[in-house]
Design a protein. Sequence first.
Length: 250
Amino acid sequence: MSTPLDDPKRLPVRDIMCIDCKSFYASVEAIRRAEYPLAAKNAVLSRPESAGGLILAASPDTKSDYGVKLGTRQFEIQPDMDIQIVDPHMSDYIKINYQINEIYRKFTDDAHWYVYSIDESFIDVSASHELFGDNWAIAHAIRDQVEEATGIFTTVGIGPNPLMAKLALDNEAKEKDPWIAEWGYNDVKQKLWHIQPLTDFWSIGNKTAAKLEAMGIYSIKDLALSDRKLIHDRFGILGDALYFHAWGIE
């Protein structure tokens, strides 16, 4: 069986980093209160006057100890939970986001820097190695400089394209020390195919997962080994993207 990875010369190979500010809003609020972000127990709440207010961010300990996360409602937080509820300060988050991205821009040029969200950015460091070292040296330097300048803790995913960098970030770098992970095309079968459930894979939501499962596709490996034409017929252009994403191709 031929696969999209059979001809390495056709595969895009860059040095892409996806950088995440861990529990960004909650970390900023902890720092405002002179607390260490990773040890704080806080949650940032929208509409604090409403019992239906949504949690916008929660510190790592709050997530692990109580299961509070993005989207948790205020009424789900029980009085016996050791959680400090705080109001959001969006202007502060924007200022610190700008400051952090100024650090990222030291390691590449603006054509290879992309802000993905208020707490995540992509940078392409393919042409930066003579100045700053290999991928891991750059990732460590970025993490150190951001923490020294702002107190914010970052995690870094590295890959040959933005998709692989994002998957490395979400499925390994965020989970354990050293908070940096690098995935290449050689890792597709060993790492990417083992992402479970389907909704843990970037771009697959609950509705898409349900449609895939109705086709007998229950894993990323199933998706990669499926008939591309059937996937295209069911999902159109999105199906083509899903198929190639299952092979780690952007």
